[in-house]
Design a protein around this ligand. Structure first.
Ligand code: PLP
Length: 398
């Protein structure tokens, strides 16, 4: 019998992909499906990026390139982030990555020793929990609380979670799945805790530029945080480039050098010609990038209005991300259901509407009484949103 290494028992996964497979199987039986389950984007990558990459391909940029990325990309990313974050980053602070996701594991490998404790958001992107535990750390969850018009950080769980063994904090501001955005006061309070307990921070800013109103503010603006924070940066969302696989780790040179050494061991370098496409995307016309946001804003508004019209469902309208995280406690009770997966499948089979739920965003914590599901509106057009939500309303209110 084949023996798989013990450490694989500690490796988690993204169970949203299983929901996607289930929805595809249901569609293959001839059923109409409304896909709200994955944060993928059904919009084209801007032509600036496509043409930049195509030209690089024709110019023969097909060999290995520097492990931390081509100088032009490191320069362009540093300039982009310095301008939007009001801090000074140079090319030495940037290491290109094949997507945003690799920064999570590499940050943990660079800074966490086995047995160290890491605070991470739960509900949150499931890869944090997976990578902390896979690398021998202790994953300590913190939550969010439903406020007036936004989810807020649950400082009680953060403060209770800090022990002498706590080494790292993961913050996903403009958060998946809740859409939560920290207020300046929350950033300030968190930075005080980071300084007091001498922590290092992963600021997952995958959605920093997926913003419809107002201005995104980064945690690194807080005093002392540039020196102890690594930013997860990605081209996936802003440039509709999920399948191209390009992102970057941004932070103190000492940490970025270590991450670049991990690059040498993992993938040697990120895709060469795509980096030229990304430079063209960052430095060229932003018209198509803005058009992506305009389309997503229309979808957000249609989806939020539709969901909020359903009895027993309420959702905020976050200014950023492409997710809604409605509270469906009432709707589930109306249907006499308490089980998340039973509810998800009942809605899928009766209406074709496919979404993920709380269970797909980290292990459930004790004391959770409210029920939440997550809708991604990045992969579905407005007409389909309206049609799907109308079916869901008829089913839930029927
Ligand atoms: N971080 C968060 C919070 C995400 O939601 C995602 C993707 O959905 C990522 C990181 C990784 O994105 P990618 O690897 O496609 O850049």
């Amino acid at each position: 019998m084949m023996t798989i290494a013990d450490r694989i028992d500690r490796l988690g996964t993204e169970t949203a992909f299983a929901v996607s497979a289930e929805a595809n199987a249901f569609a293959a039986q001839g059923n109409k499906v409304y896909p709200f389950h994955l944060g993928d984007i059904n919009l084209p990558t801007p032509s600036t990026v496509v043409e930049g990459a195509w030209k690089a391909l024709q110019d023969g940029k097909t060999g290995y390139c520097p492990n931390a990325g081509i100088p032009q990309l490191r320069e362009a990313v540093a300039a982009d982030v310095s301008a939007s974050h009001h801090v000074e980053y140079g090319p030495d602070n940037v290491a290109a990555q094949p997507g945003g996701k690799p920064t999570i594991g590499k940050f943990i490998l660079a800074l966490m020793n086995p047995g160290d404790e890491v605070l991470y958001p739960n509900p949150g992107y499931p890869i944090y929990e997976s990578q902390i535990e896979f690398n021998g750390g202790v994953a300590v969850p913190y939550g969010y609380v439903e406020g007036e018009d936004n989810f807020g950080l649950d400082f009680e769980s953060i403060e209770q979670g800090i022990t002498p063994k706590t080494r790292l904090l993961i913050l996903n501001d403009l958060q998946n799945p809740t859409g939560a955005e920290c207020s300046p006061e929350e950033h300030q309070r968190l930075a005080e805790l980071v300084r007091k307990h001498d922590l290092y921070v992963l600021a997952d800013e995958a959605y920093f530029d997926m913003r419809y109103d107002g201005t995104s503010r980064s945690f690194v603006e807080q005093p002392g945080m540039v020196e102890r924070t690594v930013i997860l940066y990605t081209f996936s969302k802003k440039f509709a480039m999920t399948g191209w696989r390009l992102g970057a780790s941004i932070g103190p040179k000492e940490i970025i050098d270590v991450i670049a050494k991990i690059n040498v061991n993992d993938e040697s370098c990120s895709n060469h010609f795509i980096q030229y496409g990304a430079v063209a995307g960052l430095t060229g016309s932003q018209t198509e990038v803005k058009a992506i946001l305009d389309t997503l804003r229309e979808r957000r508004d249609a989806l939020a209005a539709g969901l909020n019209s359903i009895a027993g469902v309420r959702t905020y309208v976050p200014n950023a991300t492409f997710y809604l995280y409605p509270n469906v406690t009432g709707a589930m009770a109306n249907k006499g259901m308490d089980d998340y997966e039973e509810f998800r499948r009942a809605v899928l089979h009766n209406t074709g509407v496919s979404f993920t739920n709380r269970l797909h965003f980290g292990r459930m914590q004790g004391g959770e009484t409210e029920k939440y599901i997550r809708f991604a509106y990045s992969g579905i057009d407005v007409d389909e949103i309206n049609e799907g939500v109308a079916k869901m309303k008829a089913y839930l209110e029927g």
